[in-house]
Design a protein around this ligand. Structure first.
Ligand SMILES: [Zn+2]
Length: 135
């Protein structure tokens, strides 16, 4: 058994390879709503922070720069999500608090998600109206 050019024996190299962390799960490289996380178009990953926020709290978070995404039918994005950039969110903030409807036929919710770096995201689902662009 000769030595490897690096001076390490084959057994030592195998030992080092075995110490490497396991291969991570497939990257969530597309924006969308996944089982545990939401990924925005910039690739930031958010986990749920509050499952329901009030209209006032949503406005406060949007004013502070949260990203907003709207899942109009509440299916989890299967038929498309509307993402709002800084301009879109500014227009919603200017319009005031969102209208989160709770009726027999229409039910809306807004949940609050946060990234590891502390970025906030608001996920509006279903019967929510906010300014002229959302709802
Ligand atoms: Zn849908």
């Amino acid at each position: 058994m000769g030595k490897h050019p690096s001076g390490k024996s084959f057994a030592e190299i195998v030992q080092e390879v075995e110490k490497l962390p396991p291969v991570p799960p497939p990257a969530r490289d597309r924006a969308g709503i996944y089982a545990e996380v939401v990924v925005d178009p910039r690739g930031r990953v958010y986990t749920e922070f509050e499952d329901k926020v009030t209209a006032e709290r949503a406005l406060e978070l949007a004013s502070a720069g949260a990203t907003v995404v709207w899942d109009s039918c509440g299916c989890g994005g299967g038929c498309g999500l509307a993402w709002f950039d800084a301009d879109g969110v500014a227009a919603m903030v200017a319009a005031g608090v969102p209208d989160i409807r709770h009726t027999k036929r229409a039910r809306g919710t807004i949940s609050h998600w946060r990234s590891d770096a502390g970025a906030d995201l608001l996920l509006a689902e279903g019967a929510v109206r906010w300014g002229t662009r959302l709802g």
